[in-house]
Design a binder for this molecule. Structure first.
Ligand SMILES: Nc1ncnc2c1ncn2[C@@H]1O[C@H](COP(=O)(O)OP(=O)(O)O)[C@@H](O)[C@H]1O
Ligand SMILES: [Mg+2]
Length: 289
């Protein structure tokens, strides 16, 4: 893991190139303990809600081998980051602009488990990283649990958004993720979304459980990022491959996501802007080095 982190560091050290220092997108990394809690649905619909509020948004699908951001959006994506690394296509050319105003980039592989890149490949990546400047917000949709990749993306992100449902198994698994975040000091605060809540009380209770346990046992501040109610239209939208914020704008789920997007932007002015990409090397060093 240390070697791979070193390679990543080399790759991202290229972000100290002048063009990347000018402006940085804010990076949100979405995680969960248990699978199927709604990370991808939230990533996609939240992205569209933020776009409606005037932000330029890129969703990076980082669910290794199981990426489905494109399916929820009904878009065909031909190339992923692995293809870009292998063939020298630039990152700009693998990004697909969806019909809903947000862009998507598919990870495709465990990027942190790749063999050493040769100098030419590294140079290509450095050069094309500048494309990320075009965005205000990058949302990283990870696979479930903590993998080498999701860990790295958690470090890379400015903010960690943890999704759980009220199910006891989902809460227990969410807590395990929080434990790792706390143990490795990946973040000092985590934003929590309660998804598939039956009602407001159910969402509040779920958050409280995580909040109190984390306060007592972990050095971690949990912030409430939103609640999204269980809503059959979320599933219907998946079947139709049209995001629910587009197809069902009056649904409860849409209201929850809209509120979350507004909350993120309201909090934005108070948050120190950091150059996440160029700080990545240092953070990786601290954890793996
Ligand atoms: N708020 C919700 N209400 C009802 N069903 C939901 C809700 N959020 C997600 N789902 C359903 O849960 C399933 C898993 O969602 P998905 O976003 O793929 O989760 P993950 O990315 O965490 O694995 C999908 O079938 C989706 O329709
Ligand atoms: Mg998913």
């Amino acid at each position: 893991m240390i070697d791979q982190a070193g390679k990543l560091r080399t790759m991202v050290d290229g972000s100290s190139a002048p063009e990347l220092q000018a402006k940085q997108p804010k990076i949100y990394s979405i995680l969960s303990g248990k699978g199927g809690v709604g990370k991808t649905s939230i990533a996609v619909n939240l992205g569209i809600a933020l776009h409606k509020l005037g932000k330029r948004v890129l969703i990076l699908d980082a669910d290794i081998g199981m990426g489905n951001v494109n399916i929820l959006l009904g878009e065909v994506v031909r190339y992923d980051i692995l293809d870009a690394l292998k063939t020298g296509i630039s990152l700009r050319d693998i990004i697909v602009s969806s019909r809903y105003g947000i862009d998507i980039m598919m990870g495709g592989a465990d990027l942190f488990g790749l063999e050493e890149l040769d100098a030419e490949q590294q140079a290509g990546i450095h050069k094309s990283l500048g494309v990320l400047e075009e965005y205000d917000i990058i949302i990283i949709d990870n696979g479930a649990g903590i993998s080498r990749q999701s860990l790295a993306f958690t470090i890379l992100g400015d903010e960690l958004i943890l999704v759980t449902t009220p199910e006891p198994t989902a809460i227990t698994d969410a807590y395990k993720v929080l434990k790792i975040v706390s143990l490795y000091k990946l973040k000092s605060s985590v934003k929590v979304v309660i998804n598939q809540a039956h009602n407001q009380e159910n969402a509040d209770e779920t958050f409280e459980k995580l909040y109190h346990t984390s306060k007592e046992f972990l050095k971690l501040k949990l912030e409430r990022a939103g609640s999204i109610f269980s809503d059959s239209r979320v599933n219907r939208a998946v079947m139709d491959q049209v995001p629910f914020v587009v197809k069902y704008p009056t649904s409860l789920a849409c209201k929850g996501v809209d509120a979350m997007a507004r909350g993120m932007l309201n909090g934005e002015s108070g948050i120190e802007r950091v150059d996440a990409l160029s700080r990545l090397g240092n953070r990786i060093l601290r954890i793996f080095g």
